[in-house]
Design a protein around this ligand. Sequence first.
Ligand code: LLP
Length: 422
Amino acid sequence: MNNVYTKVTDAVNFFEGNDPTELAKQYQTPLYVYNERILRQRCRDLKELVTYPKFVVDYSAKANSNLAFLQIVKSEGLEVDAMSPGEIFLEKQAGFAPEEIFYICNNVSEEEMRYAIDAGVTVSVDSLSQLEQFGRIAPGHPVAVRFNPGVGAGHHEKVVTAGKKTKFGVDPEYIPQVKEILQKYNLKLIGINQHIGSLFMTGEAFVASIARLFEIAAQFKGLKFIDMGGGFGIPYKKEEGEAPLDLKELGAAIDRALYQFAEEYGEQITFRIEPGRYISAECSVILSTVHSVKHNHDKKFVGCDCGFNVLQRPIMYDSYHGVEIYRGSDVPSQKRETVTIVGNICESGDILAKDRELPEIFEGDVLGVLDAGAYGFAMASSYNCRMRPAEILIRENGQVVLTREREELDDLLRHMIPLKEN
Ligand code: LLP
């Protein structure tokens, strides 16, 4: 193999001695590749975030809910959050006990809420009307409430989930009404939670939001836990030397706040966080084959099989993902050039990487799309009737295992009911 452009994966020995062009040949592309060692390391980073003893990391499975992935997270001693009955179901399949699952729902039907209650998981509701619904279904039950601390953060307005412009959480102004509903249905408030948004690279907003959340918590007696939410970012522009989130500094600030609140509150309360991206993003690279290289007017386009059905983040949020180049032959790239890398979906917006300066790319090259493990496969679709890709896992000993089969044409027919006559 010719290592044309592999700086980021080399630095962490991502492929553990496997040749990405061989993996592409064997499993075909597009292909999600995961590294178990990196996943485990990210779980451990966050478990050690603070010294406060009653601290739980709930992995937010919406970022990546592959079963093998969840099993690894479970074996690292993390718990999980869930956003849907589907996530609760998969988490149980992966071995999580009901008391290790925190269901944070938003605008759900009675059936969904009942599914979670019957499954024995803790439920958090995020509006007065959903609290009423919970009370009607399960009077006398323990419940949690998600508040909106009024402080948001995130890499794009679509993923800021607190503050004055979002649908999430209960406005703290309604605390008296929350108390009334709790009393009306004899519900026991065992926890409160928040999630201010996704992908912050500095901790100020998070630390400010937990101070606000603690003010809210102080107005309720007998809480067992406070869940501070996720949003811990990762550096997507690694080739440009973007620094990672300073977990030491952030952890120290959070730790101080936890000890102080616990002392004031007077009970050994449990604190939780619910990160998705931090745990899952960096342990995955998508392999994609280049099928055409062309000039169109002033632009050079590299066409590959990683359309936005495979990775939606660039088209959805203008997100940046680093791109590497692996080549099966020894032919060198003679120059660097600016190219736009596009997929095979019939929309002009199907752009994976815009105006990137990279070593010359040839047809047949395999591209590595970096940091794809969070909201990658989880948001993949079968748009244009393309099959969702396979997923493989590189185990800690370098062995490669398949953790999801590539969809086949027959899968497109699943659940479709043709007319008997027309
Ligand atoms: N907790 C709740 C209630 C959430 O809604 C989320 C994410 C998380 C935790 C985990 O957030 P994280 O630690 O991963 O930032 N698709 C977008 C991100 C959407 C996040 C939605 N909620 C993206 O690709 O950037």
